[in-house]
Design a protein. Sequence first.
Length: 392
Amino acid sequence: MVNANHAIRSDYGSANRPHVSEWFGHRVFPVVSHSPASLDDQLKHACPFLSNALGSVQRCVKSDETDKTKRNSAGVCTISSTSNGPRQDWLVCPYRALDSRLMIDMVRRLFSVPASTPVVVRPALILASADARTSFLDKVGNPETRTFLYFQGKLGGEIGLPKTPASPAMSFDVTVVEILPGSQAALSILSFGETAVRLGKYGVIELQTTDTHGSYRQTVEALTNALNLHPANFHEQLAENPEWAGKKVEGPNVSNVFKRTFYQVAFKFQATKRDSSVGCILVLPKPVWDSWQPFLGAPELKKAADGTYRFADDESTSSSDWIYVFDVAAQSEDGAPARLAVDIVLGTSAAQLSRAALDVAPRRAVEGQGQADAVVTSLRRRLRANLPGLEA
């Protein structure tokens, strides 16, 4: 592989601060990715992940010069932070996880597609193009191939459950549906050249991004100004001035990550348990999974024969719900965006997660204090100075 990365200046003294780590899909910290492709994406404000999904250059969804809020975070994909201890990449844009290999792997798992069977997975938005639609429908007619469409915010729109008097509205991050050949009866009433198709089962994929404190405005301005001033050697200049990627950047809101996700995940795991659905996958960046550990009672995992994992006390033999834990590669290869690597595939369920969060973690919190109640101990310590007669 070609080394397409610049190391940052060795005497840089603020390396422990949070930084923007990927900008318009390419690394800017702690190494700087350099290649014609990375420079081209940054100059065009292009999102390589949306571009790859749709087969044409797509601007970053946050590169809106008329919207100050979007402009302040234009191009920011991930934040590098030591909030968990080691330096890790926290995803702040859902489109960063658009990786065709990861999507195909998740679709195979949800729909139980063997590795030997070819799969076609396309965003629903491609159907707006007559040529792309024809190409996709040709594959639907191939009996040896499984064909799927997925819906996501900018790729066909989100699908979800409407609000009812007894339940909240709930949108799915990604909804994948299998497209099957239609019946002969349906074909007989279509116009010449039209293809009869029908919907198979659907599956849901949820991605956990991260809220951060503060704004990226100063870093985005610094990177943009540097790119405008040094278009020919932007990456070399950035490697010499890594502080540009860390101007007033603040770390992730770790305490909020689990709280805003857990209910939705358990809800969607349970809501997709129906005959028309194949289940749900939660996709977690590794730092998010690490930050979840205290909330789940630091669960022990056991490895199954197929290489996936289960909670150690989970006796179930099959699963329709999964957690994928992935990380962003430290460096890019051949100038492309850094790859995503899956660390853990965990089979689980809403009941298993709820038990870990609402039974195991509270029990371990109490057990960790020994016989004394930590709250009573704190109350006694706070009151002792002003209530000297407080009984022990």
